[in-house]
Design a protein around this ligand. Sequence first.
Ligand SMILES: NC(=O)c1ccc[n+]([C@@H]2O[C@H](COP(=O)([O-])OP(=O)(O)OC[C@H]3O[C@@H](n4cnc5c(N)ncnc54)[C@H](OP(=O)(O)O)[C@@H]3O)[C@@H](O)[C@H]2O)c1
Length: 196
Amino acid sequence: MVRDVTSQESIERAVSDVKELVQEDGLDLINNAGSVVANLDEVTADKMLENFHTNSVAPLMLTKAMLPLLKQAAEKGTSMGIQSSTEINMSSLLGSVELYWGERAISFPFSIFKWYPCKASKTSLCMITRCLAVDLEEHGILCMALHPGWVRTDMGGPEAPQSTEESIASVLSVIDSLSERHHGSFLHYNDEELPW
Ligand SMILES: NC(=O)c1ccc[n+]([C@@H]2O[C@H](COP(=O)([O-])OP(=O)(O)OC[C@H]3O[C@@H](n4cnc5c(N)ncnc54)[C@H](OP(=O)(O)O)[C@@H]3O)[C@@H](O)[C@H]2O)c1
């Protein structure tokens, strides 16, 4: 775990701790940290930048810093997937540009949240996921984005239909089934492909 994903010092400390822990085994990486919600009347430049840092810049910097360990894990595997080396970016339906428009947006439960920083930075994370998937493919590292569902956490709030246990069980089941065909994808926790 990285204490503060927006601090390079914190990232480097985490890399050194993880290296000591995993030795020659390498690792899989899940970028999960997320923060900051604000509607149009509350949004400020600082809130936008803070969330871009946490939700999209930090996963990129963390992946870059952990790359030697991801490569180490990939070298041991025989196929792309959780058996070798995988990088998962915890994104959100909120980051889907296509889903947030017209009829689809109305039937889309998340449309009630007009969270500018969160939505825009998750869209950016989706693009970063695609860019990383292109760059990491030659190293055999599977890279994809995942929506964990609307979950009763501090962020999801008490109205969310899923408990953390239910969400984690679904997320683990998707992670367990990942293979080469999921490389560069954006998946719902129910295993369905999501539109970017
Ligand atoms: N909950 C949902 O319905 C939902 C839906 C779609 C996507 N997601 C995504 O799922 C992920 C987890 O969300 P959640 O619902 O668990 O959110 P949450 O309840 O708000 O928890 C956010 C987590 O991120 C950590 N975090 C925030 N900023 C950080 C930073 N700079 N450095 C290190 N850690 C930091 C927090 O750590 P501290 O507690 O130490 O602050 C906390 O553990 C997020 O990426 C979120 O966008 C959630």
